[in-house]
Design a protein around this ligand. Structure first.
Ligand SMILES: *Cc1c(COP(=O)(O)O)cnc(C)c1O
Length: 244
């Protein structure tokens, strides 16, 4: 199937999941995770009406952004225009921050430690810019995963809330890598509860309106549990197995 058909099928499944969640009015942003795929495939996805792209490597997002920077909008199926958005979703090393900021990202999804936030703020001050960010939480407990421990999330939010150039908009997680539905759902509901908790704490300058969770294999569960953004790669672009 082509990208347009894949995207349409995913949007249909998202609508069904929203209906099941009893929150059909929520909008869910579909982020097409284009990592490992060349700019031409992203261009094709833009022709198919996709406007938000997720990348997990600094070198790759900056190169693709440069290659595609003339494409600022895409046309939706109803003929309206949507601005192109770049999302950084991967582990971010402090020494790559400066390079990443060459891209005017919509969200950096993966802020998971104080030192990283401080470096982002320092480089943004120099540029006279700000960025919207999410805090990544390791809800699965898998040691290979990035993200702050759930117990530490509120403290991290408090510690970085004062950094003027960072606009904290919500939380992000990667669900457990398992076929056990209950375990995966547990990760997503944990993220939602953490977000509600942080909301109650009413930390100054911290907004908790976005939940970035759900990938090709589990986005329906994530939408049922409250996702506002899903990050979908293979279900849109096909297999990456020979590319990584
Ligand atoms: C690769 C990746 C995705 C997309 O994964 P698929 O299974 O291809 O949909 C989502 N989120 C993150 C953080 C990723 O690295």
């Amino acid at each position: 199937m082509g990208i347009a058909e894949n995207a349409r099928a995913i949007r249909g499944r998202v609508s069904e999941a929203l209906r099941r969640s009893g929150d059909a009015a929520r909008t869910v942003r579909l982020i097409a995770v284009s990592k490992t795929f060349p700019a031409e495939r992203i261009s094709e996805a833009m022709d198919a009406g996709l406007n938000a792209f997720g990348e997990n490597r600094v070198q790759e997002i900056t190169a693709k952004y440069e290659e595609l920077r003339d494409r600022r909008t895409v046309l939706n199926e109803d003929g309206s225009a949507a601005g192109v958005e770049w999302h950084f979703i991967g582990h971010l090393q402090t020494n790559k921050v400066k390079k990443l900021l060459e891209v005017p990202t919509k969200y950096i999804h993966s802020v998971d430690r104080v030192e990283l936030a401080v470096e982002l703020d320092r480089q943004l001050q120099r540029r006279g810019e700000s960025r919207e960010i999410l805090v990544e939480v390791n809800t699965s407990g898998e040691p290979s995963k990035s993200g702050v421990e759930p117990d530490e999330a509120t403290r991290l939010l408090r510690e970085i809330a004062g950094l003027e150039t960072l606009k904290i908009k919500g939380l992000m997680t990667v669900g457990a890598l398992t076929d056990e539905v209950a375990a995966v759902r547990g990760c997503f509901s944990k993220l939602r509860k953490l977000s509600e908790l942080a909301c109650q704490e009413a930390i100054h300058d911290v907004e908790m309106r976005e939940l970035s969770m759900g990938m090709s294999g589990d986005f329906e569960l994530a939408v049922e549990e409250g996702a506002t953004m899903i990050r979908v790669g293979t279900a849109i672009f096909g297999d990456r197995t020979n590319k990584e």
